[in-house]
Design a binder for this molecule. Structure first.
Ligand code: HEM
Length: 133
């Protein structure tokens, strides 16, 4: 399920729930001591876009810049478990339910600004889970 996998990765990239360390970025592409530091690693950094994780044939592709579990010696010890759980929970819920805002509220009205307090948490939202027929 490459598209589902891409959507989950894009949710993690976009939500950025544990933005560890101080945010650092260059304002332009920089060449420093022969290291190329791009301004951004993503085609549309501020827009939700599962295409970030799909190649031109629609196959899932890994990206080195995707590091929600950190990297190196302090990489998340539960990463494999968390990835498996995210995929299983997400697919089983979406197979059984359609999620949508309550009647009278458009998805465009939902405020997806993160509620930051060390972690980036979502704002509270009311949501309807409609069983799929
Ligand atoms: C989506 C779910 C999860 C995310 C995004 C996540 C993310 C992270 C990140 C970014 C770190 C590194 C913090 C640092 O820079 O020191 C970390 C560390 C850690 N995580 Fe997770 N984590 C998740 C789920 C889990 C689960 C399910 C477990 C255990 C069952 C777990 C256990 C740990 C442990 C033990 C560490 C410390 C590793 C060390 O410093 O040696 N995590 N996690």
């Amino acid at each position: 399920m490459p598209y589902t996998d891409a959507v989950i990765h894009e949710v993690q990239r976009f939500a950025n729930i544990l933005p560890t360390g101080l945010p650092r970025a260059t304002t332009t592409n920089v060449l420093f001591r022969n290291y190329y530091i791009p301004k951004t690693q993503w085609e549309t950094p501020d827009t939700f876009n599962p295409g970030h994780f799909l190649d031109s044939a629609g196959k899932f592709m890994k990206k080195k810049a995707f590091m929600p579990f950190s990297a190196g010696r302090r990489v998340c010890a539960g990463a494999s478990l968390a990835k498996m759980e995210l995929f299983l929970f997400f697919t089983s819920l979406l197979q059984k339910f359609t999620f949508q805002p309550p009647p009278g509220i458009s998805h465009l009205d939902l405020d997806i600004t993160p509620n930051f307090s060390f972690l980036n948490r979502p704002m509270p939202h009311k949501i309807c889970a409609l069983p799929r027929t």
